[in-house]
Design a protein around this ligand. Structure first.
Ligand code: PBG
Length: 324
């Protein structure tokens, strides 16, 4: 009780503040999303994500090496597929020589210890821009899960360490786990986007991959932003089905969900600070309205403090440069 207890004593100077700080950010906290395109010598900036690029495989190698040298040890791969290769069933996703499969090999060849995680969903491959197969205007569940399982096996065969299903179909974690076991990939992990909300914050990402849904929206599979208990149910079911790591996505607007899930579960929890969150800060900083680095650190710290063990973030490099 005051004046015996004066809380400001622990805030007197920077030394004491760092001694009592509860949340410390390090390069080990991050998964780095990478966008890959076909071509040679391509490094193109994504319009709605200033400072973030799509790379062709040759330049991807330099980027991966530089991440590794910064202490960033895990990448999350996404590919931009030419329209001519898209169809309803995402057939190209299973191509053993497809862009994703070559990207996995490229990363593993240039940086063997880099942990490779791959996006598993049909949207970059779908002529409808949906995460699943479309039949009569509906996104069908079980047929989609079967393709996702084949896709996961294909990624594992190419050398992926973890597959990351981001589609929100029911039961896909179990279908994927069983397929990986059947094919002898018992060490390939699954990071499941367990509580992924139907969020308006994914806009810039869909620009990056040209993967916006061609009709309707994703509300029949991604979660309603209004819901809380459902997030815990989704996450617990994914853990029961064999998810090694679970995820909440997006980040900042969902930190209550992050904490609640963290209190319920015993597997590592990832949070995806998504493209729209990145774009908002970049835009405000460009206008001089927010202090980029200070706000970035505050946001990342908040995500970790809320309970994230891993953070997928487009700010990963910016953060590591700042703290090292
Ligand atoms: C696709 C996928 C999306 C993101 C990751 N995987 C977009 C979506 O569901 O429409 C979003 C990532 C971001 O916005 O940074 N399955």
């Amino acid at each position: 009780m005051y004046p015996i207890r004066r809380n400001r004593r622990l805030r007197t100077n920077s030394a004491i503040r760092s001694l009592v700080r509860e949340t410390i950010i390090s390069p080990n906290d991050f998964l780095v999303p990478l966008f890959v395109v076909e071509g040679q010598g391509v490094k193109e900036e994504i319009l709605s994500m200033p400072g973030y690029y799509r790379y062709s495989l040759d330049l991807l190698q330099n980027e991966v090496k530089s991440l590794w040298n910064m202490g960033l040890k895990s990448v999350l791969l996404f590919v931009k597929v030419p329209d001519s290769l898209k169809d309803n069933k995402g057939t190209e996703a299973l191509n053993a020589n497809g862009l994703m499969q070559r990207a996995i090999k490229t990363v593993k060849n240039c940086c063997p210890d880099m942990l490779v995680m791959t996006d598993v969903a049909l949207d970059p491959y779908s002529s409808y821009g949906h995460d699943g197969i479309v039949v009569d205007g509906q996104i069908v569940n079980d047929e989609t899960a079967e393709v996702l399982a084949e896709m996961s096996v294909s990624h594992a065969t190419a050398g992926a360490d973890f597959v990351a299903p981001s589609d929100m179909m029911d039961g896909r974690v179990l279908t994927i786990r069983e397929a990986l076991e059947d094919e002898g990939f018992e060490h390939t992990g699954i990071m499941s986007y367990s509580a992924k909300y139907a969020s308006a914050f994914y806009g810039p990402f869909r620009d990056a991959l040209d993967s916006a849904p061609g009709f309707g929206d994703k509300k029949t599979y991604q979660m309603d932003p209004a819901n809380r208990f459902e997030a815990i149910k989704e996450t617990e079911m994914d853990i029961d089905e064999g998810a090694d790591i679970v995820m909440v996505k997006p980040g900042l607007c969902y930190l209550d969900i992050v904490r609640e899930i963290k209190n319920e579960i015993e597997v590592p929890l990832a949070v995806y600070q998504v493209s729209g969150e990145y774009a908002m800060l970049k835009a405000a900083a460009e206008k001089g309205w927010l202090d980029h680095d200070a706000v970035m650190m505050e946001q990342i710290t908040a995500i970790k403090r809320a309970g994230a063990n891993l953070i997928a973030s487009y700010f990963a490099k910016d953060v590591v440069k700042l703290i090292s």
